[in-house]
Design a protein around this ligand. Structure first.
Ligand SMILES: [Zn+2]
Length: 279
């Protein structure tokens, strides 16, 4: 599933292509893609509105119109790109947004889990999401990483704690910080907490620089692949040697999610750090 770096790359890719374009009408062949909103109503709302800009919040793409927003959730297999016609050559296009200049913004989604939500404002989204990791200071992230006995892996996947992280970049961040994925959050020592707070934005920014990870369906808006997968240190590398210590990377399941880690670099803590000496 695309995470923050992949969604950011798609948003940056389509922004210059559709900003300023005026909507004519949308086409669908699958009702649920509009989250239950009938196509006639959708078209009556968006017709003649101009695209003002494209941004990202968590794993959502927010297309700002004159009066409304279109919020796109790519989920598992969604791709968003601009084309000269409605759906030609791509059997998985289930939504296409037409512009007066004759181009179409296509939403291609083979598994059909993706959704496009028409909304007046982004309040509903804000209620679902924690802060953006790339705009927080290390101290602010350290503060978020406390007050819970939940294992750190599912804690970081919880979009209400911190927005945009998914399976790949949580595994990479925990390896970078040397923290076992099953460590209860309140058992993380102070130095390790600081390492993790620095690793999260660092890993995400690096993945944006590499334009995301094309390990399955994700493609950039121009159809090309990202290169982030070539820089993974643990994700998908089970049985291969850890790039830091040479031990074989292990894959386990934590909260039902496949989880990759190095058993030597990320030791499982047997007890919480001593009180007053949290190091
Ligand atoms: Zn290692």
């Amino acid at each position: 599933m695309p995470e923050l770096p992949e969604v950011e790359t798609v948003a940056r890719g389509i922004a210059p292509q559709i900003t300023g374009a005026v909507i004519s009408e949308a086409w669908i062949d699958w009702d649920k893609v509009l989250d239950g909103v009938p196509l006639d109503f959708f078209n009556s709302q968006v017709r003649d509105q101009t695209v003002r800009g494209v941004s990202r919040r968590g794993k959502y793409i927010c297309i700002e119109l004159d009066r409304d927003f279109l919020v796109v959730h790519l989920r598992m297999t969604g791709r968003l790109y601009v084309s000269g016609d409605l759906r030609g050559g791509d059997p998985w296009v289930h939504f296409s947004l037409g512009f007066l200049d004759g181009r179409w913004l296509r939403f291609s989604d083979s598994r059909k889990f993706g959704r496009i939500t028409l909304t007046r404002d982004l309040t509903y989204l804000e209620k679902k999401l924690g802060p953006e990791p790339l705009t927080l200071t290390t101290e602010q992230i350290e503060k978020i990483l406390s007050g819970s006995m939940r294992a750190v892996k599912p804690f970081l996947l919880d979009q209400k704690r911190i927005a945009g992280l998914g399976n790949i970049y949580v595994d990479e961040s925990l390896h970078s910080a040397g923290i076992h994925p099953e460590t209860p959050v309140d058992w993380i020592s102070r130095p390790a907490r600081k390492r993790l707070a620095e690793a999260i934005p660092g890993i995400l920014q690096q993945a944006i620089d590499h334009e995301g990870a094309s390990i399955n369906w994700y493609r950039k808006a121009d159809g090309g692949k990202g290169e982030s997968q070539e820089h993974f240190r643990v994700y998908g590398r089970q049985e291969q040697p850890c790039l830091a210590c040479g031990s074989p990377i292990r894959k386990i399941f934590v909260a039902q999610r496949g989880t990759h880690f190095c058993p030597k670099c990320q030791r499982r803590p047997m007890r919480p750090p001593a009180r007053g000496r949290r190091a």
